[in-house]
Design a protein around this ligand. Sequence first.
Ligand SMILES: [Fe+2]
Length: 417
Amino acid sequence: MAAVFPIKPVWDQPGSSRIPFWAYTDEALYKRELERLFYQGHWCYVGLEAEIPNPGDYKRSVIGERSVILTRAADGSVNVVENVCAHRGMQFCRERHGNKKEFVCPYHQWSYTLKGDLQGVPFRRGVRQDGKVNGGMPKDFETADHGLNKLKVAVRGGVVFASFDHEVESLEDFLGPDMCAYFDRLFNGRKLTVLGYNRQRIPGNWKLMQENIKDPYHPGLLHTWFVTYGLWRADNKSQLKMDAHHRHAAMISTRSGQAATSEVTAGVTSFKAGMDVNDKRLLDIVPEEWWKGPTAVMMTVFPSVIFQQQVNSVSTRHIQPNGAGSFDFVWTHFGFEDDTPEMTQRRLIQANLFGPAGFVSADDGEVIELSQCGFEQKPCHRTLAELGGTGVENTDHMVTETLIRGMYEYWRKVMDV
Ligand SMILES: [Fe+2]
């Protein structure tokens, strides 16, 4: 009888179209992903400038499994520091966000500026008692040597990325010209406003979330909402584009006035011809000038974030892994400072399609959880991502899994598997 568990995970398939189930379940491999993808060589999303508009504002965030703090210092600069005290290692910041003049670790009251420089150490020069000085830090102790770990920071269009790796390439090179253009389409310099958050914990491997937004095959099949109201269907005009490394991608789709029923809805069980929404505001879509055509652009920036435009709903979706089989998924719904009150209301109402209980996204959370269940039960097996062939290329249709193959081609290289 063949062994149920491989002794050592070996990817014995050619190319990247058949992904072993252990790629989603192996804890040692997951630790390597944190090191090579989240902590080295990549820019990771931490938040929006709009979340820290004033000097002293801060927001706790995370890169991989490491807690970090996004701050606005007194001089207006944007900083990201690791949430680990230089003294005894305590994760000192517990609030999600706030405003402070300085950070003070509660354990021994070491204090830091908002840029992460150590400024105060209690009893540094000892304590005077009976005419002599007791204790204190060594004479050669320099506060300059014991600040918080400062990350490299890049801000573009109001979006803040950071990296533990100070040798990382520029954010623009990291994204590449094609992805940069789609990024700038959404974040084109207008000031952002934060409309609200959703948070959920999904019991599945973090890569499944990247794959979900690199998978244009499923939306018109899984999501009743998309296929019934034509927001995302296989016969929409569409393009799939990747960066040169095939790690990032954009799925670009334009809703057209197709017949409600056609060959792409025939036999699709999620298509509900007679379904109607009571609240018509959910489908009150108003085209915006900055769209320049597409009604939806879904961007995956590897490994940490998804940028969403689905008609008038725009959001960032932050992937925060915690173990091979689980990740937190944090949605930040935003708008633009020059939006009319009506447009803000429209964005908020359309945001009901997304988030943990969204009319669309609730489906994704569930299929990710159940995919992970399948992987756990049959570790020697593999997925099949061969729609559209086994190669990796940009396409002008969405009947392909090319973006998933692209991501695993890159993953195999960096992960050395
Ligand atoms: Fe989906």
